[in-house]
Write a protein that binds this ligand. Sequence first.
Ligand SMILES: [Zn+2]
Ligand SMILES: [Zn+2]
Length: 339
Amino acid sequence: MPAAVYVGDGKIVVEEVPRPEPASGEVLVEIAECGICGSDLHMVLERYARPGAILGHEWSGIVASAPRGSGWSPGDRVVDNPPPGCGVCRPCRRGRPAVCLNRAPANFLGHHGAFCRYKTVSADSLIRIPDSLPTRVAALTEPTAITLHALQVSGVGPDDRVLVTGAGPVGLLIVAVLRAQGISDITVSEPSPIRRQRALDVGATRAVTPDTLQEPAMTMRVAEPYTVVFECSGHASAIEAAFGQLDYAGTLVIVGTGFDPPRINQNRVIIFELEIVGAYNYNDDGFQPAVDLLDSGTLPLESLIEPNDIPLSEVMDTMERLSRGEIPGKVMVRPGLSS
Ligand SMILES: [Zn+2]
Ligand SMILES: [Zn+2]
């Protein structure tokens, strides 16, 4: 089967690889669509992936074969719903399965992902896509689940003044889900003009360039402080700027991954009683709430997902364009498209 394989040196090449054989209890799924995630960009363009890795984890698919008695049959439309946690360790008991102590460490290097035609998945980790939800839209399930988790850890509510720094696919989804949850005071800071426009399209109240964010004096608030900031760019300078915009008792949620550490003024954390939290994964109710939200008709899907799906052969070029900020929304890879 064809697969977009990381070959090292920051490059992806389409190669023929063996079709995976399902082990006992596994289903063979034909990948319908797979979104390109920011973490895929880091793995490839910053060369963290291991040569031979197949990336792509935001997928929806169609069951190609399933063991008898698994509850699945060929043609069923599915998304993967990895169990959120063990349910018994301390973080799990405290409702934080994203940091379950018993989960295998994230294998960012040896991935066998979904930028390929077929994938094997444990039969009990799949969930069915509702009839009313297009398969293509269902590929947004994983990032939507992560967005719901980021909102949950932030404690954001309708009376918050929210700033989102970085309006790539993740920032846009956060804006859209905030709106769907009744939060309306949302400013987006983003250097790319097409991404600023898209942020407005998906529900931001205003979109500004990062240079308009004021640098605060040591113990002073900026003129227009925010109670909750979602940092979605992963850039150290954006994290530092985001931090400076926080109001008293404000919360900075770090969502964007990056490798350059920011400098944070600890005195400000103390005097303002700030919280800085990370959002890694999903809530303990798994992917179903994300499927339900996507199926609810309340999200501006046509602005969140780029209109033209791409074949495997365009993954490399599209990743470079995404990293340059030339594409605002989520790009769907359709492995079945011929190049
Ligand atoms: Zn992702
Ligand atoms: Zn656990």
